[in-house]
Write a protein that binds this ligand. Structure first.
Ligand code: PLP
Length: 396
């Protein structure tokens, strides 16, 4: 039977303590033991179901992780304080000094900077490729390669990663396929399509409130347990855990994700089609003109549409800047980074969330200096939003 992420998510909810409809927030940093012996057993990993210390596990974080794992179809998950914590912990858990990574060049600027500028300090190097060109992915693999890293829908170019084919390559060369699914929760189920580990910035669509940063790693139980191993686990030792009060809030917001994603997608498709008719250069995987529209259709869970992210190209950063100022002034939304908010957010990728990528690489990868990336909001009347955007465009 076809995997249904929303159903799996719904089924993951449980009656909380004292029969509350929500899980009780456990805001304890430490937990008691009845005896020194049972504490020792816990440290030795022999005590099932016991909580020790919140950096390791916490019942509230566990409840959120269980729902995220259900939604992704993974055995387990772990929550962290930001998406970058999820990404860096995953990579550091999988790689040691001397290892090599093949990564999509179109990826969040912070991820690019971590791979390009930070990891070489530990003698871990990365080759960046156009993830759409599978030949170039395979060509970049070296004897010391450990990971193929990509985003299911890449930031900011909205390329579609062919996860089943990437999995074939990863399997052939015994590599781990890590996929960031931040742009397309529910729409794509990377684990079901072949990824080994799925990472998230929960800050974005999953939480949807832009009130906190958070991240998650979804994978098999062995990988998640290794991350929090007392002696060697990257997450346990680097300590990027999510606070339990935030975890409880995100957990409650998670259950409205299916309906939010459907509305984000509906509005984004509406704008993308209208923009295209206006003669704008539009990137949106839901448009037939997107070179990977068919691939997207073949991989997606159709109920949630093609996602809330779209981009248009206004040629120059100065034009993009004027346009964004006009849109903010006229109430289209906010000139802000990030995504997944109920208001529409827009930014000029090359000078903001991809500014870590050097200009010549931006040009090479096809990132126009005038690219305006939209995270389309939950607007009730998207036609009137479009009319306002059209007016702003005519004022350029
Ligand atoms: N992954 C993607 C695709 C992103 O766009 C971002 C942030 O914009 C991140 C990861 C990092 O997430 P966070 O800001 O929660 O650390």
């Amino acid at each position: 039977m076809k995997f249904n992420p929303a159903k799996a998510l719904e089924n993951s909810s449980e009656i909380g303590s004292h029969r509350g409809v929500n899980h009780m927030i456990n805001d304890s940093a430490t937990y008691t033991f009845e005896s020194g012996e049972s504490m020792k057993d816990c440290f030795d990993g022999k005590l099932e179901g016991a909580y020790l210390y919140s950096r390791h596990w916490n019942p509230t974080n566990f409840a959120l992780a269980k729902s995220l794992a259900a939604m992704e179809g993974t055995e387990a998950a772990w929550d962290l304080g930001s998406g970058m914590a999820a990404i860096t912990n995953t990579i550091l858990q999988l790689c040691k000094s001397g290892d090599h990574i093949v990564s999509s060049v179109s990826s969040y600027g912070g991820t690019y900077a971590f791979l390009k500028n930070y990891l070489p300090k530990f003698n871990i190097t990365t080759d960046f490729v156009n993830i759409v060109n599978l030949e170039s992915v395979e060509k970049a693999i070296k004897p010391n390669t450990k990971i193929i890293y990509t985003e299911s829908l890449t930031n900011p170019l909205l390329q579609v990663s062919d996860i089943p084919r990437l999995k074939e390559i990863a399997k052939k060369h015994k590599l781990t396929l890590v996929v960031d699914n931040t742009f397309s929760p529910l729409i794509l189920s990377p684990k079901v399509l072949g990824a080994d580990v799925v990472v998230y910035s929960l800050t974005k669509f999953v939480n949807g409130k832009n009130d906190t940063t958070a991240g998650a790693i979804c994978g098999d139980s062995e990988f998640i347990n290794n991350l929090i191993d007392l002696n060697e686990g990257t997450s346990m030792l680097l300590g990027g855990v999510l606070d339990s009060i935030r975890a409880a809030n995100i957990h409650k917001n998670l259950f409205s994700l299916p309906i939010r994603m459907t509305q984000h997608s509906h509005n984004a498709l509406f704008l993308a089609e209208k923009f295209e008719k206006l003669g704008l250069r539009v990137i949106y995987p839901g448009l037939k003109s997107h070179s990977q529209h068919q691939l997207m259709k073949s991989m997606m869970n159709k109920e949630y549409g093609f996602g809330g992210m779209l981009a248009i190209d206004l040629d120059t950063s100065a034009r993009a800047s004027r346009f964004m100022k006009l849109m903010q002034k006229n109430g289209v939304g906010y000139l802000a980074v990030s995504l997944g908010y109920f208001k529409t957010l827009f930014s000029n990728s090359g000078s903001s969330t991809s500014s870590e990528v050097p200009e010549e690489i931006q040009r090479e990868m096809g990132l126009s200096p005038g690219l305006v990336r939209y995270s389309v909001g939950l607007d009730h009347d998207i036609n009137s939003t479009f009319k306002t955007i059209k007016k702003c465009y005519s004022m350029l």
